[in-house]
Design a protein around this ligand. Structure first.
Ligand code: PGA
Length: 251
């Protein structure tokens, strides 16, 4: 199975020319390592046309979507628009979006709308902090159950779950997660899915890891950590390091 390598550009880059350069790097990586990697880039909405112009074969994702269609919503973008602009993935539930107020209920509504438009939702789950009593597990459980309870079993193969411990994300990260912490949570996520949908269902969903992934730690998250791919922030904005990251996995 190819690993999924998703670059989350967040609110960058500033200029279309830079977006074009980053997209070209991603395209080169996807061609060079097509045996091992399936590459997706998630630019800000404004750069989506620039990125799709670079190549039809590069998979493009959005970073959010409106929860409801057919209502007047200043500033928002519907899944139908994304679809017709060449988008095939969309991040939902990112901790930065949740911090701005996105709720579990909204995440669930967005997942449904994306599935309706045949866009793969990349659903981020993850705890803000870890405690010794294991309460953090119930945070992730609630995040998962809110959308799992609404989708049919047949949709499991069309979603991606990204485990992203908030404490390991971005320049403010407390520390990196270990592959063992990643593996434990991925097993737990699969258990929750199985509890909802029955035997073997937990194996259907692709579960990836995100949070300070780089060229040094990536392989460990896949091999020991059992992640089936990555959601990469900062390193995806640095062409050299993003290429090195891909090379480190292909090894
Ligand atoms: P990071 O971001 O790789 O910069 O930690 C990951 C993310 O927020 O998805």
């Amino acid at each position: 199975m190819q690993l999924l390598l998703i670059g989350n550009w967040k609110m960058a880059p500033q200029k279309p020319a830079e977006a074009q350069k980053l997209a070209r790097t991603a395209l080169a990586i996807s061609k060079k390592y097509k045996k091992f990697l399936s590459v997706v880039v998630c630019p800000p909405f404004i750069h989506i046309p620039t990125v799709t112009k670079v190549s039809k074969t590069l998979s493009v994702g959005a970073q959010t979507v409106a929860a409801e269609a057919n209502v007047a919503q200043t500033g928002l973008v519907d899944a139908g628009m994304l679809r017709s602009s060449g988008v095939s993935y969309c991040i939902v539930g990112h901790s930065e979006s949740r911090a701005r107020g996105e709720t579990n209920e909204e995440v669930a509504a967005k997942v449904l709308r994306l599935l309706e438009k045949k866009i793969t939702p990349v659903i981020c789950v993850g705890e803000k902090e870890r405690d010794h009593q294991g309460w953090y597990l119930s945070v992730v459980k609630d995040q998962l159950e809110s959308f799992l309870s609404l989708i049919p079993r047949a949709a499991l193969k069309n979603i991606v779950i990204a485990y992203e411990p908030v404490w390991a994300i971005g320049s403010g990260a407390v520390r990196e997660a270990t592959p063992l912490e990643c593996r434990e949570m991925i097993i737990y996520i699969r258990k929750i899915i199985t509890d909802v949908f029955g035997p073997k269902s937990g194996e259907i969903v692709r579960v990836i890891y995100g949070g300070s992934v780089d060229e040094k730690n990536a392989l460990g998250f896949a091999v020991e950590g059992q992640a089936q791919g990555y959601l990469v922030g900062r390193v995806s904005l640095d062409s050299k390091r993003f290429s090195a990251l891909a090379a480190s996995i292909a090894k």
